[in-house]
Structure formats: C-alpha cells, structure tokens
Design a protein around this ligand. Structure first.
Ligand SMILES: Cc1ncc(C[n+]2csc(CCOP(=O)(O)OP(=O)(O)O)c2C)c(N)n1
Ligand SMILES: [Mg+2]
Length: 338
C-alpha cells in the first residue's frame, strides 16, 4: 500500500527511491566501463524500506548503516556526485575518498560512522541513542543492519542496554534472505525460527513487515519514532525482502537489466529471465504500480521524473570521474585522531 502522504511528499518519496535505484545502476555501469572501486555492495531492491523510513526523520536525528549504505546515505539527502566520488576514492567525496563504498559517512546529515563490520553499528547506534537521552533531547537514532548482524554477540549486549535504559533507538533489520536459497545465496544461518522472537525476549517491541511495501514500512517506523520521542524506548522492525538477483557477493551485476519502469504498467515488457523479480519481488516496481493504480501519477509523469533522475545521475558520474584522487601529501590527513 502507499504511505498516507500529501501529493508533494509522495512524489518526493518516489523521486528518492528512483535516485537510489538509478544511482547504483549508474555505479555498476561505471565499473563495467573500467572505473575501479574495488569490492562493493548495492542496496537495489531495498528502496521501499530505506526511503520511507528515512523520510520520517528530523535533521537532528542520527542514522547508522552498513556495507549496504549507499541508498541510506542518498535518502538522507547526500549529494549523489559526492557519494559516487567517495565510492570512487576521489578527493571530492564526503570523506575525501578515504572511506570508500564501505564507510560513506556524512556527519552533517547525521550519518555517523558507517561500519562494514557486520553487527558493528548496533552498539554504536545504541550509544548515540544513549547520548541523545543523556542530553535531554527528543532526537532518535535509526540503526540499519542486515539479518546477518543478529548472529553477532555485540547485537545482544547492545539491545539489552537499550531495553534496560529505555533508549530512543529504532533497530531496523533489513532481512534480505527471503527466498535466498532459490536465488542461489545461502539463507540466514541463525538458529531462531523468527528474528522478532529475539528482541522480544529482551522486552523490545518487535514486528516484521514486508520491506517492499512502502506504506507498511512507513507506518511501522512512524509508530516506533513516536514511541522513542515520547520516552517509551527502543523498537525492532524486521523488513523482509528478496535479495536482488544481481546482488552478487563480490561484483554486483545488472542481471535484471537497467530497471524498466514500463514493466509496472505493461506486463508484456516483463522479460522471461527473473520474471518473478519484475512481477512481485521488486519494491520499486510495486510502488510504481501502486502510485499508478491510486491515480497519484500517470505514466508520462513517471517517465518524466525518471528521465530527470537519470540525467542527474549522469552528471554525478561525470563529476566523480572528473574529480582528482587525493593528493599524496594528504595521505595521513583525517586518518589519525589528534
Ligand atoms: C564481523 C564480520 N564478519 C564477517 C564479515 C564479512 N561479511 C561482509 S557482508 C556479510 C554478510 C552480512 O549479511 P547481512 O548482515 O544479512 O547483510 P546483507 O549483505 O545480506 O545485506 C559478511 C559475513 C564482516 N564484514 N564482518
Ligand atoms: Mg542479509
């Protein structure tokens, strides 16, 4: 379902989702044309979780994210060219090219250290929530992590304290293992039957939502933020998605092609390969269908919005590629604490 939003906000949410998708498609195409960024991960297929969740935050709230951070950083309002420059190791990147894809950090947007250590952000986010409470503010922290993070010991130490100290943190687990075996990837290796049982055992309210359903995510996160701001403590939300077929562990590949939004209104455009992805698993196509069915946008509005987003991604790629690498004499700048 669509989130219950006024027209301008709904269109803006869709623009953000398209930006997330087109940004990473452009990144993959750039790597294919020879730009080297090393090992990287993409957020494709999880836009309907990150975009609505982050649209609900205030500037003074904080977010923590993982190796799959590009979409979150963009949804928080980062400039695409500077994110791409960071991923490509250029001096114009948000961290002068020294964070790279795994550690894109934008402190001025409340994107505090991104960690590629699986589970690593959970204690950090819990600490940020403790700081917010200690300062007497009503800001909140949203902590994104994958299902794999729940196999780490640090996760349990952190959520235990969040529960005991009633901290304003929303643990947003992006479980992209749904149907994973069919996609050729190992599923979650956690012994628990249901991920939501685990935080619930620590007396943290926990619920699972369909991570491709932007309306459901929006409703759940909105409620969790309201509780956290009101001093009612932490919440846990599991957003379930199927892993995008192109999300290969080392080198993402456009196995489903550049997204053809037309698949949403013309089923004859759905290719035979990965047909299930286009029909029912891709949240962006689902949102496109919903926005059309509700009469909130027409196909020509969608095509025009998408064209504008794609043009700005081309500019972002140009900006990043034309940017210099960091100068040799800056090698130690920003690396050691003074
Ligand atoms: C502590 C730690 N162990 C192992 C790894 C290697 N590693 C990188 S991504 C990943 C899978 C993480 O799965 P999940 O948290 O579900 O995130 P997903 O990639 O599925 O979004 C692993 C094991 C790591 N980065 N950190
Ligand atoms: Mg996962």
């Amino acid at each position: 379902m669509l989130p219950d939003l006024p027209q301008a906000e709904l269109v803006e949410l869709y623009r953000v989702m398209l930006t997330m998708r087109r940004f990473e498609e452009a990144l993959i195409l750039a790597t294919k044309s020879g730009v080297s960024v090393g090992h990287f991960h993409v957020y494709i297929g999880q836009e309907c979780t990150g975009a609505p969740a982050l649209s609900l935050l205030r500037p003074d709230d904080t977010i923590f994210t993982t190796h799959r951070n590009h979409g979150h950083v963009l949804a928080r309002g980062a400039v695409p060219g500077r994110v791409l420059a960071e991923i490509m190791g250029r001096a114009t990147g948000y961290n002068s090219g020294k964070g790279g894809t795994l550690h894109v950090t934008v402190r001025e947007l409340g994107v505090l250290p991104t960690s590629a250590v699986v589970g690593g952000v959970v204690p950090l986010a819990t600490g940020a929530a403790f700081a917010a409470k200690h300062k007497g503010s009503d800001s909140v922290c949203v902590c994104f992590f994958g299902d794999g993070a729940m196999e780490e010991g640090a996760f349990y130490e952190a959520i235990n304290l969040a529960s005991l100290w009633t901290l304003p943190v929303i643990y947003l687990c992006e479980n992209n293992s749904e149907g994973a075996v069919a996609g050729g990837f190992p599923g979650s290796t956690i012994a628990a039957r249901s991920l939501t049982d685990l935080p619930a055992a620590f007396r943290i309210p926990a619920q699972a939502v369909d991570g491709t359903d932007a309306g459901e995510v929006h409703r759940a996160v909105k409620d969790a933020i309201r509780k956290a701001r009101a001093g009612e403590g932490a919440s846990f939300i599991e957003a379930r998605t199927v892993r995008w077929p192109g999300s290969r562990p080392l080198w993402p590949d456009l196995l489903t092609g550049e997204t053809d939004l037309g698949c949403a209104w013309d089923p004859s455009r759905i290719p035979e390969s990965h047909g299930d992805w286009h029909r029912s698993q891709d949240g962006l196509l689902r949102f496109t269908r919903e926005i059309l069915q509700a009469g909130r946008m027409g196909t020509s509005d969608i095509v025009a919005l998408d064209a504008a987003v794609r043009a700005s991604m081309q500019q972002a790629v140009r900006f990043a590629i034309d940017s210099p690498h960091p100068a040799l004499e800056t090698a130690f700048d920003g690396v050691f604490a003074r």
